[in-house]
Design a protein around this ligand. Sequence first.
Ligand code: PLP
Length: 418
Amino acid sequence: MQSETEHKPVRTKPWKFGMLSTEEFGEAEKELVLGVLEKKRVFRFLGSDKEQSEAYRLERLYRGRTGAKHALAVNSGTSALVSALIGAGVGPGDEVIVPAYTYIATAAAVLIARAVPVIVEADDSLTMDPQSFEAAITPYTKAVIPVHMRGVPCRMDEIMEIAGRRGILVIEDVAQANGGSYKGRPLGSFGRAGCFSFQQYKLVTAGEGGLVVTNDDTLYARANIYHDSAFVYWDMNADNVQPPFAGENYRLSEINAALALAQSGRIDTIVSKLRRIKATITAAILDLPQIRLQAIPDPQGDVSYSLVFYLPTADEAMQFSHLLSREGIPNGTIGNNGFADRHIYKNWTYVMEKRGASERDTPWNCASYKGNVQYSPEMCPITLDWLGRAITIGLHQHMSEEDCDDVIRAIRKTAASL
Ligand SMILES: *Cc1c(COP(=O)(O)O)cnc(C)c1O
């Protein structure tokens, strides 16, 4: 290997890409947001013309995008998950299966619905391992939440087959995979419900926001009730026939809805650019024997903003990451990035410790729960192994051919130096 003094990095040009979402802010965003101010309607349940509401238009767009019969705009991805779970009738006594690698909000949503999260392994796709899912089913399992992590579609054929055969409800967490598909079908359209997020780290953003899609009339009606404590009492919602119960306030503001609407109009353009970029890089590093690419259950459906590959050991991954940084390509390891990453189950402290807001009648110790779920930081060694050996490079739709070429040359050079 070259010494520090004679080291010539592949790239010296700064790597300056903003976030996927906010970098696209332009005229469409300004026009729609300012339009809300001009209309003086910042609250969706105002006046009688439902269809003039931005939240309604956002819902209509996602009904079209996913083919779902219903869509419900809410104020976050977490509230989308909670509304879907409550809407589906998940509650005290139920277990809900979640993958060991997902944002903590997935597990939090289960707890907020007062059900018990059951954590299962992710495989080399970094999404839920279907066999671990099936092995974790108990008489108390009501639902499973496959999470399309980092834009990568889960193994939906296997998951849907198991869920169908065992009578388990599927709620898809699409927070990180807006615009993705699996075998030609949009993500979010497989489960009983699909849940999106418009938080700033996602592909498109409203600052805060979320959305539930479903074909299930009852789930939709109940999710509506839960997302607004007075939902059925607004005249324009009089057609809701489910009996009312107390809900939270998860309503989406018209300003956020307008921003989500403008941004969502950009999804297909952004994703097609990302797919070209990722395909170019992937094709040029496929032959390297030193690294193994992340398994992608359907490469055509990958949202493609995340490039992941594995080294044989965690130590080699740390070393590779360091060398790649020296070549001017920002990257990270996933399992050992120096902080308690809340996307990894062992860092979901309040889950690991079974702690609720109150000590009495938590989802785990309430009278309704007859199961006996156990957690420990070591419980999913396969997931920890994949994450520990993973290197990740965040891709951006504004990357040029030259930028892609730098990534390719830096990876090849680093691999050759091992
Ligand atoms: C971001 C995220 C959520 C939560 O979305 P918020 O809008 O931040 O509430 C849920 N699940 C996953 C996988 C996420 O990445």
